[in-house]
Design a protein around this ligand. Structure first.
Ligand code: LLP
Length: 404
């Protein structure tokens, strides 16, 4: 579970910057990165932060400064990573179903490219032949992940090239001479089970024999974090040990060294994030006591979109006796954050803190109901820095063209 910033400090942030507010704890990100490095220290492993989880430019710079590389899912994320100071060689571009022109732009920017369809691989081979290395995203036909929306490796998934089409890939290599330098899989997000990753490594080992110019195998991301006390996360240390053993024996068998790449998103930033909200209304109905907060699915959609669990704490009244509340948002459709949750007695204006708010939280926020996106704060060396201002009315109108 999250090693928390103190309630007093978070309340101070709420006073200083207002709510709803996202707060990120830099050193917590570093701690997670160091855990990964340690777990895989006997492998030749590289970690590319899957920045779709959280792309504030300051987070990207911090990630770069601690020595981690970056994985991007759109050309704009690539541009942000370059702006943050990453060099091309440390940027990986893993896309899905994008126009070939975007891949051409990525090639102009000299970043590492991962291709996820036969169609784009063929176009790439025709255009670049053996002059530009790529990796290929495979669909490993593994069912894994916290829920169907974030399961990406199964046999009905849109992601990657199905393993069954390996002959088509090798035909493209033969015909175009395309230089395949890596193989990639990403089976899903919130995968707790170490064995799923081991199965994935095995898939890559088995397929690798089809390609003569491989340098790395990319296992993607998907490590699960803990969302509540007692919840299990992926045992990274065990995973490191098991993957190291598997790679060592594969290296013996193939009489060569292998590089491993990973793309962790949640693991690096989920627990570093907090979302501070304030209670507008307590509504006692015959069956349910609602705590209505000053935010909604526009700012944090994970509970409504995936049924995700976020621990909620009443940091304004932390030792009061617990009561049951259904915590809801202020958006004009049902946006329930928690149902019948035991929380320390809530009064109007109390601050409710949501944990695990670093990954896919601000990043999936919108201006629905024409509400402003929240501000973001980065805490580094115990100091709180505003890294994104709260929207103002002009932001809502910024790209609108007034013709009437
Ligand atoms: N690599 C690729 C190719 C991915 O598609 C993803 C996530 C990652 C790496 C990082 O996965 P992670 O380590 O963060 O699990 N919005 C959802 C999660 C969507 C993940 C999409 N792809 C959520 O809030 O649970």
């Amino acid at each position: 579970m999250q090693q928390k910033l103190s309630n007093d400090f978070l309340i101070q942030c709420a006073h200083e910057f207002g709510t709803p507010l996202y707060v990120y704890h830099a050193e917590r990100i570093k701690g997670q990165y160091e855990r990964l490095q340690k777990a895989f220290h006997e492998c030749d492993a590289r970690f590319f932060y899957a920045c779709k989880a959280l792309t504030n430019i300051n987070i990207l710079r911090y990630i770069k400064n601690i020595g981690c590389d970056v994985d991007c899912s759109s050309i704009n994320e690539v541009l942000l990573a370059l702006k943050a100071g990453f060099v091309s060689e440390n940027i990986l571009y893993t896309s899905s179903n994008i126009a070939f022109e975007e891949i051409e732009t990525a090639a102009e920017l000299r970043v590492n490219i991962n291709i996820d369809s036969l169609s784009n691989l063929r176009k790439f081979g025709k255009k670049f032949g053996s002059t530009y290395p790529v990796s290929v995203r495979l669909r490993p036909n593994i069912m894994a992940g916290g829920n169907l929306k974030i399961s990406t490796g199964h046999k009905n998934s849109k992601f990657g090239i199905p393993l069954e089409q390996i002959e088509e890939i090798t035909a493209i290599v033969r015909e175009t001479g395309v230089w395949i330098r890596g193989l990639h899989i990403h089976s899903g997000s919130d995968i707790k089970d170490v064995d799923v990753f081991l199965k994935g490594v095995q898939v890559l080992f088995d397929i690798s024999a089809h390609f003569s110019q491989l340098e790395f195998l990319d296992l993607g991301g998907g490590f699960k974090v803990a969302y509540k006390p007692g919840d299990e996360e992926t045992d990274i240390e065990l995973l490191g040990k098991k993957v190291t053993e598997a790679v060592a024996s594969f290296e013996k068998q193939t009489k060569r060294k292998w590089k491993l790449w990973f793309e962790p998103g949640k693991f690096l930033v989920s627990e570093a994030g907090y979302f501070i909200t304030q209670v507008n209304v307590i509504k006692e109905t015959p069956a349910i006591v609602f705590a209505g907060v000053n935010t909604g699915l526009n700012h944090l959609i994970r509970p409504m979109f995936y049924g995700s669990y976020h621990t909620i704490e009443n940091i304004s009244n932390p030792v009061a006796p617990a009561k049951k509340y259904t915590v809801v948002g202020n958006i004009c459709e049902t946006d329930t954050f928690a149902t019948d949750r035991e929380l320390n007695e809530i009064r109007e204006n109390d601050y409710l803190l949501f944990l695990n708010a670093g990954a896919y939280c601000f990043e999936m926020a919108s201006n629905y109901n024409s509400r402003y996106k929240p501000a973001e704060v980065l805490v580094k060396n115990d100091k709180a820095h505003l890294i994104r201002k709260r929207d103002v009315l002009e932001d809502l109108l910024k790209n609108q063209v007034e013709v009437l």
